[in-house]
Write a protein that binds this ligand. Structure first.
Ligand SMILES: NC(=O)c1ccc[n+]([C@@H]2O[C@H](COP(=O)([O-])OP(=O)(O)OC[C@H]3O[C@@H](n4cnc5c(N)ncnc54)[C@H](O)[C@@H]3O)[C@@H](O)[C@H]2O)c1
Length: 288
């Protein structure tokens, strides 16, 4: 995609952080943007700050957990703007916790948003992007946490590794159909992401309940520790607008992976070396 003028985009998680900054960068460059988010109040407020740019803004309240919401988002975008060229599957949440302390309901919640939310976007928009013949680009938000792991964040890592792998597969599937794919793999960007871990279903139920918590004290402790850690890192992270400008440039450059951190680069080599060490040891045991 050479430029964004008069192109149409659907952006999930658009009320805040990275999704908001991408919406702003797009509308500044003359794209029409359907901003989608589960938080209708914040969505209206955020969208209203973007109405004086070249492109047009519409909003769609949507829970990406629900395939039918995302399908309705597709229909609303097409009705408002016609052909759709860009899909940003960006909505995502965090969840901390140690194995054996994470409620299965909370695991399902993060998988349903961070992975299935992307799948719902792809399934709803790809047939249309393929059929209109004007080309398209899909951008899935993973994280640097989709390339390396650290303790206390297994659910987040699992969903972000899945988002990276799914994006790599999609890039191969769609290349011949004039649909590009990119996957966002940032480390810390200024946003409200550190608050989302407290919205997991059992944590909300416990916060609203007068009866004793199902959570163990150590589960609470891990959540609080990760909250403090990520809050500090995100608040000192990259400006979301800087990252959003890189995202648009990277779409134009047809990059699959979009990174933003000099220091995290080594993590990729460390993981690669770890995998190859065991790979070679297995081959040796097999005499191959
Ligand atoms: N900020 C960072 O440091 C960072 C780093 C790596 C990856 N990410 C990823 O970036 C993406 C955007 O997060 P952010 O950092 O801008 O955080 P954010 O919390 O500021 O924005 C996320 C937005 O997604 C919305 N959302 C949450 N659940 C939703 C749902 N079920 N349906 C629709 N919308 C929903 C929220 O209301 C919010 O407006 C996420 O996928 C996150 O994992 C963020």
């Amino acid at each position: 995609m050479e430029n964004f003028e008069n192109k149409t985009a659907y952006v999930t998680g658009a009320a805040s952080g990275i999704g908001f900054a991408i919406s702003e960068a797009l509308v500044k460059q003359g794209a029409n943007v359907m901003m989608a988010d589960i938080d209708g109040g914040l969505l209206t407020e955020s969208a209203n700050t973007l109405r004086n740019y070249k492109g047009r803004i519409e909003t769609h309240v949507c829970d990406v957990i629900k395939a039918k919401d995302v399908q309705a988002g597709f229909a609303a975008t097409q009705a408002a703007f016609g052909n759709i060229h860009l899909l940003f599957n960006n909505a995502g949440v965090g969840l901390a916790g140690k194995p054996g302390q994470i409620a299965i309901e909370d695991w399902r919640w993060i998988v349903d948003i961070n992975l299935m939310g992307i799948v719902h976007g792809v399934e709803a928009f790809v047939p249309h992007m393929r059929s209109h013949g004007e080309g398209g680009h899909i951008v899935n938000t993973a994280s640097m946490a989709g390339h390396f792991t650290m303790p206390g964040m297994a659910p987040y890592h699992a969903t972000k590794f899945a988002a990276v792998g799914y994006s790599e597969a999609l890039a191969q599937e769609l290349a011949s159909q004039n649909i590009g794919v990119s996957v966002l793999c940032p480390t810390w960007v200024k946003s409200n992401i550190y608050n989302t871990g407290k919205q997991a279903p059992t944590l909300i139920a416990n916060a609203n309940s007068k009866t004793p918590s199902k959570e163990s004290p150590s589960a609470n402790e891990t959540t609080n520790q990760m909250y403090q850690l990520t809050k500090g890192l995100v608040e000192n992270g990259m400006e979301a607008s800087t990252f959003a400008d890189l995202v648009l440039k990277s779409i134009q450059a047809k990059r699959l992976y979009i990174f933003n951190d000099r220091e995290a680069r080594d993590a990729i080599n460390v993981r690669r070396d770890m995998i190859l060490k065991d790979y070679d040891a297995c081959l040796k045991d097999l005499g191959l």
